[in-house]
Design a protein around this ligand. Structure first.
Ligand code: BEZ
Length: 212
């Protein structure tokens, strides 16, 4: 059965480019972006891994660890890392799981047999420090992911965990937010003393609370 939002991210031990990884222990108190890619030495994956490496300062700022996965062997991962450095100008700075026995792929349902019988699709899981799954997205093999979008969702999750707000369409950090419907206007007066813009009783826009 596939994993759903709110489920505990399954724990595992698997080989990686940074040695054997005990997943929950490795994650520690960090958020995690666990993502699979179809295969090593493929063009789209090469650009993705370069981008995730380049974005490391952004992941670090948010207390996020990235970890990639494919079913290719560790020796291939290590050889491919040189190509990533050469072509993307950024060297691999996060672990890549070598899921040769499909242990992790099966646990996380990353092989979709009607798309490809053996290779993993482009799955993304955002996992919070309590090891709960907070986002899942699945992309086809032919479409490289937008990791700026992944960071945007992490910003939203970290904000909405701390304040009684939700984030509207196309929100990015610093934009106005929405007071969640479960908060009454009386409660809102205490939580958002600077006030809000009530477009409808259910649509109350407020400045981003951790920026005021
Ligand atoms: C790629 O990463 O370039 C790729 C992998 C599998 C199918 C299509 C493209």
């Amino acid at each position: 059965m596939s994993l759903r939002l709110g489920d505990t991210a399954p724990d595992f031990t698997q080989d990686s480019t940074e040695g054997s990884i005990d997943f929950h222990q490795w994650a520690g108190d960090s958020w995690v972006v666990l993502f699979s890619h179809p295969a090593d030495f493929t063009p789209v994956c090469t650009t993705e891994l370069g981008e995730v490496s380049r974005l490391k300062p952004e992941f670090d700022k948010r207390n996020v660890k990235a970890i990639g996965l494919s079913v290719d062997p560790l020796e291939d991962h290590k050889a491919w890392a040189g190509d990533i450095q050469e072509t993307q100008g950024s060297s691999l700075n996060f672990p890549l799981l070598a899921d040769h026995d499909r242990k992790v792929s099966d646990l996380y349902d990353m092989v979709h047999p009607n798309a490809d019988s053996t290779l993993t699709v482009r799955s993304v899981f955002i996992i919070d420090p309590n090891k709960k799954i907070r986002l899942t997205i699945t992309y086809p093999a032919s479409t490289g992911r937008n990791f700026t979008e992944i960071l945007r969702v992490i910003d939203s999750l970290q904000l909405t965990d701390g304040y009684k707000v939700a984030t509207p369409v196309n929100w990015t950090d610093g934009d106005d937010c929405i007071i969640v419907p479960s908060v009454s206007n009386d409660q809102a007066k205490e939580l958002f003393p600077q006030g809000w813009d009530e477009k409808k009783s259910y649509l109350r826009m407020v400045k981003q609370p951790n920026k005021t």
